[in-house]
Design a protein around this ligand. Structure first.
Ligand code: HEM
Ligand SMILES: [Ca+2]
Ligand SMILES: [Ca+2]
Length: 336
């Protein structure tokens, strides 16, 4: 060892010393930065099987009920848009986010609750509901044939869930592209993220009321198409599935072609003027997003690639880490 050092030239020694100094200073910057960030394998020491337990819960629930993946993915979106990805949407009670009409048709709560119960047995007080929801949505995409992704964890659960926070932070199917863009950019999401994340509508379903604005009902209860951008045959089919006065529980597939497959069919539907919501159709009718829609419709790989990036951005919105928030014992109530 002694011999080795002596044989090193002074320049090499100086170079090594410099590298060491840079390394030390880098380390101290990251160690002293105020709020810890998310990290991959956050639970590797505290609960090594956390991700596996969530995955198996989502898998078995989805085997029994094919509507689960869509529900989990939408639930995550609605969580992240309001107060960030902090599980605020999961809280029950008067005046919580769940009371807003935009959230009354949400589902998948019981899957998150089951995963949490399992995790509380093996790793009590360790894995946040916010992380469980992100992992469950990630798994939902993979289970339905979408890309497999590694997602960072370490989110903490929020203590605030107020119905008044929903309206100002949630998109609506009646929104113009500019309105959607404004909201997305306030969350750090770009126009390309909007196009990619809307691709979530390649799975799942919608209630008739979610797209009734594209039709008009006359005094005799007859429906007519008022949104001429919609394909005529597709519109007829929708009217047949959702006649005036149809039950509130009737649902229609978001993607009429491959509703249980996470693929790029959503974008091909847009090209065919078969976007279910006005907010879907506008992505193809507006020149600002048309080219991205065409690109994703032609190339599933590029959609999957961008989906991965955008999903990471979505799941990082307003996250609470370190000492912020708490680790809930039950996902539906804050700890007492
Ligand atoms: C950008 C504007 C968006 C609007 C206006 C919108 C609106 C809607 C509406 C109205 C429904 C039907 C709900 C029902 O009637 O039950 C729906 C379903 C769905 N949305 Fe979106 N959404 C948007 C973006 C997103 C994003 C970014 C994601 C996820 C990343 C997402 C995931 C889903 C999923 C998976 C469903 C199916 C839910 C199920 O099967 O229960 N949506 N969306
Ligand atoms: Ca939230
Ligand atoms: Ca599909």
């Amino acid at each position: 060892m002694e011999l080795k050092i002596r044989t090193l030239s002074p320049t090499v020694l100086l170079y090594n010393l410099l590298n060491l100094t840079i390394l030390i200073s880098l380390f101290s910057v990251s160690a002293s930065s105020s709020s810890p960030k998310l990290s991959f394998n956050f639970y590797v020491a505290s609960c090594p099987t956390a991700e596996l337990m969530v995955k198996s819960t989502v898998r078995s629930a989805s085997t029994f009920d094919a509507t689960i993946p869509g529900k989990l993915l939408r639930l995550l979106f609605h969580d992240c848009m309001v107060e960030g990805c902090d599980g605020s949407v999961l809280l029950e009670g008067n005046g919580t986010e769940r009371s807003d009409p935009a959230n009354t048709s949400l589902g998948g709560f019981s899957v998150v609750d089951s995963a949490k119960r399992l995790l509380e047995v093996f790793c009590p007080g360790t894995v946040s509901c916010a992380d469980i929801l992100v992992l469950a949505a990630r798994d939902a995409v993979e289970i339905t044939g979408g890309p497999s992704m590694q997602v960072p964890t370490g989110r903490r659960d929020g203590m605030v869930s107020s119905v008044s926070n929903v309206r100002p932070n949630m998109v609506d199917t009646s929104f113009s592209l500019d309105e959607m863009m404004k909201l997305f950019s306030s969350k750090g999401l770009s126009l390309d993220d909007l196009v990619a994340l809307s691709g979530a509508h390649t799975i799942g379903s919608a209630h008739c009321s979610a797209f009734s604005d594209r039709f008009q009902e006359d005094s005799k209860g007859k429906m007519t198409l008022i949104d001429k951008s919609l394909d005529k045959i597709y519109a007829d089919e929708l009217m047949k599935r959702c006649p005036a006065g149809s039950s509130m529980s009737v649902t229609v597939s978001n993607d009429p072609e491959t509703s249980i497959l996470f693929d790029n069919q959503y974008y091909r539907n847009l090209l065919d003027h078969k976007g279910l919501f006005q907010s879907d159709s506008v992505l193809f009718s507006d020149g600002k997003t048309k080219r991205k829609v065409e690109q994703f419709s032609n190339n599933q790989e590029s959609f999957f690639q961008k989906w991965g990036e955008s999903f990471l951005k979505l799941t990082s919105i307003g996250v609470k880490t370190g000492n912020e928030g708490e680790i809930r014992r039950s996902c539906t109530v804050i700890n007492r």
